[in-house]
Design a protein around this ligand. Structure first.
Ligand SMILES: [Mn+2]
Length: 335
């Protein structure tokens, strides 16, 4: 299996570069993608814990309030929704973010004008390698799985709290080890993290047995209004502020609804079309490795993983978005 060997060698090389990069840093700003999910948050919190233990000051930075579900996982010194003085920092650590345009950075700052040495650690296959040092490994089910591997190779101890954050990311990006990005390495990683004191019970309870009634109401409305096409192989639904309001639900509650819909028998491709003001967000999933919906996301101007991707467009009506989507999905299914 030459590719596997090659990937391991590349990963070892990248991790060595990261080792040198961390050695030269005293004070890091840690950032992730906009609308952070469990993997993004788990990556930021675990890295903060771990790197602080290595004597590096760390400031986790977010541009928006953290989703309720994840409030209990935050670390001290987290900065949310505020401007921040960048002068003290000597490095920018970017986690779980495929390119510099998706980064949640301090207001009115672009990646270029921040101009800090940057280390980019991620598992998206289409990562643009925008850092000075890049540890990109698409075979990892989550960025936290990659971080766990990396911290192991670097010999950085992982505290129980950091292990909990790492398993949080792994659990969320694999949908509780259900999605087909789950590998033997994911299970080994999870087992090692539980050995290391990760609170798996707490993660599973807070993520899967703790649904607010408003979300279930929203789910039931979404299921009532699903649209099917191509003999049931494609299912999609729209989310509007109106619908959220009627259910008393928040945007964050709608985040993983697509994973409830993709379980329907016979469905191969799933899409959520979310409209807020002038912005339309597409979230796409495929159940079939031969139907890489990443291609559709790219056509819509977005990106992601082969079988889980998304895109954002402005100034399109739902009807236009729908027509475009049916076109692209039809082409993919016809292959
Ligand atoms: Mn991820």
């Amino acid at each position: 299996m030459r590719t596997v060997t090659h990937n391991h060698e590349t990963l070892d090389h990248d991790v060595e570069q990261a080792r040198d990069w961390f050695r030269g840093r005293r004070n890091l700003l840690i950032a992730t993608h906009l609308r952070p999910d469990g993997d993004a948050l788990g990556s930021v919190f675990a890295s903060t814990d771990c790197l602080r233990d290595e004597g590096i000051d760390c400031t986790p930075y977010f541009t928006e309030p953290l989703p309720d579900d994840f409030q209990n996982y935050t670390v001290s010194g987290t900065v949310c929704e505020e401007d921040i003085d960048l002068a003290p920092f000597d490095g920018l650590l970017c986690l779980d973010c495929a390119n510099e345009n998706r980064l949640a950075l301090p207001p009115n700052r672009s990646f270029d004008d921040i101009a800090l040495p940057c280390c980019n650690i991620d598992h998206h296959i289409d990562n643009s390698r925008f850092g000075h040092v890049n540890v990109v490994h698409a075979e990892s089910a989550s960025t936290t799985e990659l971080l766990a591997t990396m911290f192991g190779k670097l010999g950085y101890p992982v505290s129980p709290a950091a292990a909990t954050s790492l398993i949080l990311g792994l659990v969320m990006d694999t949908g509780g080890f259900r999605f087909n990005n789950t590998t033997a390495a994911s299970f080994r990683c999870a087992a090692d993290l539980v050995d290391g004191g990760a609170d798996y019970t707490r993660v599973m309870h807070s993520m899967f047995f703790n649904e607010p009634m408003e979300r279930l109401r929203l789910k039931s409305e979404v299921f009532k209004n699903l649209k099917f096409a191509f003999d049931g192989r494609f299912v999609y639904f729209s989310l509007t502020p109106d619908l959220l309001e009627r259910c008393g639900a928040t945007v964050e509650m709608a985040e993983d609804l697509i994973d409830s819909v993709r379980v329907i028998r016979g469905v191969e491709i799933t899409c959520r079309v979310q409209q807020v003001d002038d912005v339309t967000r597409f979230s796409l999933r495929s159940q079939n490795p031969d139907l890489p919906i990443l291609e559709i996301a790219h056509k819509l101007g977005g990106g992601g993983h082969l079988l889980a991707a998304g895109a954002t467009q402005t100034s399109v009506t739902f009807e236009e978005a729908e027509a475009q989507l049916l076109d692209y999905v039809g082409e993919l299914l016809a292959r």
